[in-house]
Design a protein around this ligand. Sequence first.
Ligand SMILES: C[S@@+](CC[C@H](N)C(=O)[O-])C[C@H]1O[C@@H](n2cnc3c(N)ncnc32)[C@H](O)[C@@H]1O
Length: 346
Amino acid sequence: MSYRYLGNKSRISDWIVQNISSRLAEGSSIVDPMCGTGAMSEALATKGYSVTAGDILSFPVLHAKARLLPLTDSHFEGVGGSYEHAIRALNDVEPIKGFFWEEYSADGSPRNGSKPRKYFTGENAAKIDGIRKQLLTWKEHERNMAAVDRLTHDLLLAVNKVANISGTYGYYCAKFGKNSLSPLNLNASRTNSFGTKMNVVQGDVLTVSKANPADAYYLDPPYTKRQYGGNYHILETIALHDFPEPAGEGGLRDWKPTASDFCYKRKAKLAFENVIKNIDAKYVFVSYSDDGQVSKEELIELLSSMGEVALHERSLERYSSNPNGIKKSHVTEYLFELKKREFNIA
Ligand SMILES: C[S@@+](CC[C@H](N)C(=O)[O-])C[C@H]1O[C@@H](n2cnc3c(N)ncnc32)[C@H](O)[C@@H]1O
């Protein structure tokens, strides 16, 4: 699953899992409460751990479900009879000039009087509206929920491929690029079947950590001030199946209810402290980088107050756009390892 998501760990998941597995026995339980794309949850499950994935936002929860939970044709009985039929039905829906077409396409006219927001071509936005309508109809029946969650995940991936953005949904590009002119098309995604128990939850990391004792936690919080709720507002709207009031030129939904303390320089250190203090696990692994709101030294000091600490580092190439094209630079990725002095789980 290729996915341009801030802080996506796909490129370094092998390195992270290798370090975790040098401490944590196969079959142990591990929580990934800020799971994003679910890349680390899936890598940990593949290594033989029993994984609980979570996130404060709704679309990462759908990605985690798609990557971790089993699914059979019986889940699709009420939505076409099989996964393939459901995908075909969604690809063949009647386009509708609805909410996405009006608010997020080149042909629309936003309610707040902004100029047309060119996140999608008119054709693709109308297709998204048609698919959303069908998913909402299927969603009325409780027994279809697992199927609707998977199909919404597939819609999210299809939308990412045709969105006219450079990286995040904070704003759209002035001109349509080649990918955004291609027609939106859903594909069935792979279904994994793991030998250990998997669980997916939604909520703030502090709440999730209080409710889920485990052998280990893997924390991958936001590093910078960029809030995920705002930068991925369109994906959140698709996951929630709702019709929010888009604000400003960019048409962002209200992201403040999901604002993360990790994104504020003055709050991030305390957020780390509160969460890690409340985690009931022997090991806590933390991904962070030299781009972060909290310095490496501050994190080492904080973690050392709670137990034994080790640090793994590696340099990673970062691509950033500048007016002259693509500029290469490097970022140092950290993996902190804390063996907690105090925890209850046996
Ligand atoms: C760096 S990304 C995680 C990337 C993920 N490991 C991956 O490989 O895709 C950080 C994630 O933390 C989530 N997040 C931020 N604050 C949170 C909080 N207080 N509780 C739960 N999740 C939070 C964001 O929604 C985002 O998905």
